[in-house]
Design a protein around this ligand. Structure first.
Ligand SMILES: [Zn+2]
Length: 110
């Protein structure tokens, strides 16, 4: 992942701190960047993964009598592993674009 305006590279750890993939400020040149459609798909799929992992934990608790500590272990191991790998893929393949002002979102300075 890098800034298209100044080629500033975003490290993986820094990418984990991105809360809003549609509005990322480049720390080097200040350009507002976005992941665009990729970001939207990435968030949706990532959210589904999170829900699916939680579902598996709850299912195992109901059907296979997992104890609470089994569930905790599941969340401690599965979440960082799956989400971590997923985040890495996103970081590896995401392409940042300069955000183009959307109509009406900001008035041009005259
Ligand atoms: Zn930049």
């Amino acid at each position: 992942m890098h800034c298209p305006a100044c080629s500033h590279k975003f490290g993986f750890l820094r990418s984990l701190l991105i809360m809003n993939p549609f509005r990322i400020k480049c720390p080097s040149c200040g350009t507002i960047l976005t992941m665009g459609r990729f970001g939207a798909i990435f968030l949706t799929v990532g959210f589904s993964f999170g829900v699916a992992l939680a579902e598996v934990g709850l299912y195992m608790k109901d059907r296979h009598s997992w104890t609470t500590s089994d569930i905790v272990l599941w969340f401690l191991v599965a979440f960082p592993t799956v989400i971590g790998a997923y985040e890495w893929l996103g970081w590896r393949y995401a392409k940042l674009q300069e955000e183009h002002e959307r109509e009406g979102s900001r008035r041009k300075t005259e």
